[in-house]
Design a protein around this ligand. Structure first.
Ligand SMILES: Cc1cc2nc3c(=O)[nH]c(=O)nc-3n(C[C@H](O)[C@H](O)[C@H](O)COP(=O)(O)OP(=O)(O)OC[C@H]3O[C@@H](n4cnc5c(N)ncnc54)[C@H](O)[C@@H]3O)c2cc1C
Length: 394
């Protein structure tokens, strides 16, 4: 150790949305937290649809007030089969009021979301110490975990929350393998303004190469996540703004009228992966350190917030049980692994199946998909069940 280590109840590694949310939530249990997070270097032009209990989580921790004014309500979700296949699915519209809710949730830009979470972390400076350094090494041999940082400092913690994204160094250091797979897809992300109102409705156009999704993003504005073959995304990205807007209007059947691209564009790789375990020793994995899948049905960050809520509950009970002693990080990690396995595996498999059902040329798969959506269109109970599953049973 190059410098004397400082002891914390919990160390959180990563300053993306998952790490910031985890540091804030765990600090609210009374735990003393080290957040190991360099300042973010890249602007993120994506938006996140906050569904199910995600808004309640942000409200409970006092973050929602900063976002409410800029969040776009999501009242309806429409699925349109825009493929040219033999068995095409019918259009289906899911309405939140059918399951007794005013809204499914809200769409928020990632920039303000991360800024609001960063402010919440800064407001808890009495319980969160931020180290603006990279995690480098992990030693789990003693009765605490020791984390070596790029600054030369060492942090000692009873429990480590790895929130350092898809290439998680903490996950590797903890000896947790991942199962990963690829898709012949990439995503183009941008924001647009349009001449027709979106009526708080997100629309997913399903094509043979993946979904093309427009999500409300303020009055007369939507965000686009266009998943397609990498060469199609490269071609689209090569167009100037006016030509790209026309292409998007064409692909969306002019559903939102005349469009104008009004943000920078970003390309994102699309892949799937899942950690084979969600914990090892004193380490637990949250967010993209644990799972990643294509942006379909807005599941990624909502699943992450469920990881965070569960780790928060577990730390709260562990703090209560430990009294004035150190909390039992190994037990907390075991409890977390057990508690999160089912939800994480179910979501990863479900989104994978949805994506593959679009890409597959196999006739029985197309028939099954079309039949499922026909049932959803015609039968209220099926439609309502799908909506509840999409909101994670809340
Ligand atoms: C195109 C697209 C659209 C999406 N849309 C939605 C949506 O509508 N709804 C939804 O719920 N989800 C959505 N998602 C998923 C969501 O964006 C991700 O789940 C979320 O961004 C992952 O956050 P994270 O904090 O886990 O990872 P990241 O954002 O990758 O953060 C990881 C952090 O760890 C830091 N880090 C890395 N290594 C180290 C180290 N050694 N030491 C310290 N720090 C380190 C990095 O600097 C980074 O800040 C979408 C994803 C994509 C690709």
């Amino acid at each position: 150790m190059s410098e004397a280590s400082q002891h914390f109840d919990v160390a959180v590694v990563g300053g993306g949305p998952a790490g910031l949310a985890a540091a804030m939530a765990v600090a609210d249990t009374g735990a003393c937290v080290a957040l190991i997070a360099p300042r973010p270097g890249v602007d993120d032009w994506r938006t996140t649809a906050l569904l199910g209990g995600s808004v309640a989580f942000l409200e409970r921790h006092g973050v929602w007030a900063d976002l409410e004014g800029i969040a776009a309500p999501l009242r309806n979700m429409r699925l349109v089969d825009a493929s040219s296949r033999l068995f095409r699915a019918p259009d289906v519209t899911f309405e939140a009021r059918e399951i007794g809710r005013e809204l499914f949730g809200y769409n928020v830009a990632n920039g303000p979301l991360v800024a609001a979470l960063s402010d919440a972390v800064a407001a808890r400076a009495d319980r969160i110490v931020r180290f603006e350094a990279l995690f480098q090494t992990l030693d789990q041999r003693g009765d605490v975990a020791l984390l070596g940082l790029s600054s030369g400092e060492t942090v000692a913690a009873s429990l480590v929350i790895a929130a350092d994204g898809r290439n998680s160094g903490v996950r590797k250091a903890a000896g947790i393998d991942v199962k990963s797979w690829s898709y012949p897809q990439e995503a183009l992300v941008l924001a647009l303004s349009h001449s027709e109102p979106h009526r708080d409705t997100s629309v997913e156009f399903h094509t043979e190469a993946g979904p093309f999704t427009l999500v409300p993003h303020g009055r007369g504005r939507s965000s686009l996540v266009w998943m397609d073959r990498p060469e199609v995304i490269a071609r689209a990205n090569g167009l100037d703004d006016a030509a790209l807007a026309l292409e998007i209007e064409r692909r969306s059947g002019s559903a939102l009228g005349v469009m104008t691209v009004d943000s920078p564009r970003q390309r994102w790789p699309i892949s799937g992966f899942q950690a084979r375990r969600l914990a090892s020793g004193r380490v637990v994995l949250v967010g993209e350190a644990a799972h990643g899948f294509p942006p379909i049905g807005a599941q990624g960050f909502n699943l992450t917030l469920r990881d965070v809520e569960r780790v928060e509950d577990i730390v709260r009970s562990a703090m209560h049980l430990s009294g004035s002693k150190r909390l039992d990080g190994e037990k907390a990690a075991r409890d977390y692994d057990k508690a999160r396995r089912f939800d994480v595996s179910g979501r990863v498999a479900g989104v994978d199946l949805l994506n593959r059902s679009l890409l597959s040329d196999v006739l029985p798969m197309q028939i099954a998909r079309a039949t499922g959506l026909m049932l959803a269109r015609d039968l209220g109970p099926v439609r309502r069940l799908l909506m509840r599953v999409g909101l994670a049973g809340r």
